[in-house]
Design a protein around this ligand. Structure first.
Ligand code: ACO
Length: 377
């Protein structure tokens, strides 16, 4: 055993995984061997979920069966609604998501069963139900009645329907689906590793996902998509401003922030140092939303910040950077962005939980003691 301390476990290879491969040299991300861009261009989010869980693309029958299952499990149980209703409307929506998963777990008749079949069933149910958690919470914060799911709509269409109460335009559904595919999986990131640590103690799937949500909440991880929007809001969003003017203001803001040595959320990545492989695809989705909603000033802010960061420090955007303004344009409240990340990442987390379970070893690193030498009272 080496005594070398790797703060933040940076560069430590903690285990193998067959779920995804992140290659920072080639800027590529593969889910089960398939480039994420190809999946985002060609598959439904439901198909990508099956790929992550099972390791192979689903057959048409497997896909159809899952689509039927997903549509049949979208409704929230009364226990979950009641639990959410007990939470303040001004608490963070990530707290609502964390609580909802915990309640769903406690009400699962097989909560203590962790066979592969039962865990897959639990993963599929969480996948189906979590959109209703987000939509329910978004609406209650706006003082609106919940909207029941519609089983004639696909996952993304229904998600937007339950949230906003109207059928979203195809371009919006498409951008939303792409974001779900891109956020689904990213190897041993902090929240996935958390889920694996919890699973390694032989705890249950819902406990692992609940813990992962706690890890995702932080602004150095999933909370960054929300933080990006706070930056845009701090700079000031004016739909009547020209793209050029917005870009100039954003550039000035970034120069000032960097002079003050601020960390600007949505930039940088622990693994990718030459650009996040998911950004170009998400940026296309943002472009489509800017076009759809006629909001060129949003792209001005985006370009201005990106250019100034690149010039000053050569640091590139991560996925949260284009995702934040995309969700804003769709109409989600800023605080709801990270729960949207949960809805997607449930797939990756649960794929890793299954993998950890299949070949388990308790995750328990050691520490180098840095306190006082032995002393006595
Ligand atoms: N803004 C300003 N400076 C930055 C940023 C940033 N976003 N990111 C890195 N840097 C600078 C650091 O200040 C540091 O500079 P220094 O050497 O002069 O001190 C250098 O770049 C290295 O930064 P580290 O934080 O050591 O790099 P690390 O690999 O540990 O961090 C991290 C990666 C945590 C993601 C970091 O880039 C960051 O805090 N980014 C903002 C948060 C964010 O966007 N998170 C989302 C991650 S992606 C996701 O969850 C989908």
């Amino acid at each position: 055993m080496t005594d070398e301390i790797r703060k933040g476990l940076a560069g430590v290879v903690a285990d193998t995984t067959a779920v995804s491969k992140v290659n920072p040299e080639t800027n590529s991300l593969l889910y089960r061997g398939y480039p994420v861009q190809e999946l985002a261009a060609n598959l439904s989010f439901e198909e990508v979920a099956l790929l992550l869980w099972n390791g192979e693309l689903p057959s048409a029958t497997e896909r159809d069966e899952f689509v039927e299952f997903e549509r049949a499990h979208r409704r929230l149980d009364d226990a979950v609604r009641t639990a959410i209703d007990l939470l303040p409307t001004d608490c963070h929506p990530m707290d609502v998501g964390r609580t909802a998963v915990s309640v769903i777990g406690a009400n699962d008749a097989e909560s203590e069963v962790s066979t592969p079949e039962v865990e897959l069933r639990k993963a599929k149910e969480l996948f189906a139900k979590f959109p209703a958690v987000v939509a329910y919470d978004q609406r209650r914060r706006r003082g609106l009645e919940p909207i029941e799911p519609r089983d004639d709509l696909d996952y993304s269409q229904n998600f937007l329907w339950m949230t906003f109460g109207e059928e979203a335009a195809p371009e919006v559904v498409e951008a939303f689906r792409v974001s779900m595919v891109l956020y689904a999986e990213h190897s041993f990131n902090a929240s996935t590793f958390t889920a694996r640590v919890v699973t390694s103690t032989l705890s249950d799937l819902h406990s692992a996902v609940t813990a992962a949500i706690g890890a995702l909440k932080g602004s150095l991880h999933g909370g960054a998509n929300e933080a990006v929007m706070h930056t845009f809001e701090e700079i000031g969003i004016d739909p009547d401003e020209s793209r050029e003017d917005a870009a100039a203001r954003a550039k000035a803001w970034m120069e000032d922030a960097l002079a003050k040595k601020k960390k600007v959320m949505g930039f940088g990545h622990r693994v990718y140092k030459n650009g996040d492989s998911r950004v170009p695809t998400m940026k296309d989705a943002l472009d489509a939303m800017v076009e759809h909603y006629g909001r060129q000033e949003m792209m001005g802010l985006y370009d201005g910040l990106e250019a100034a960061m690149s010039e000053a420090k050569g640091i590139l955007p991560n996925l949260d950077y284009p995702a934040g303004p995309t969700y804003h344009l769709m109409g989600f409240d800023t605080e709801m962005f990270t729960p949207l990340f949960i809805a997607s990442r449930i797939t990756g987390w649960t794929a890793h939980i299954r993998e950890q379970r299949a070949d388990n070893s308790l995750i328990r690193p050691v520490s180098a003691y840095s306190g006082p030498d032995e002393r006595h009272l």
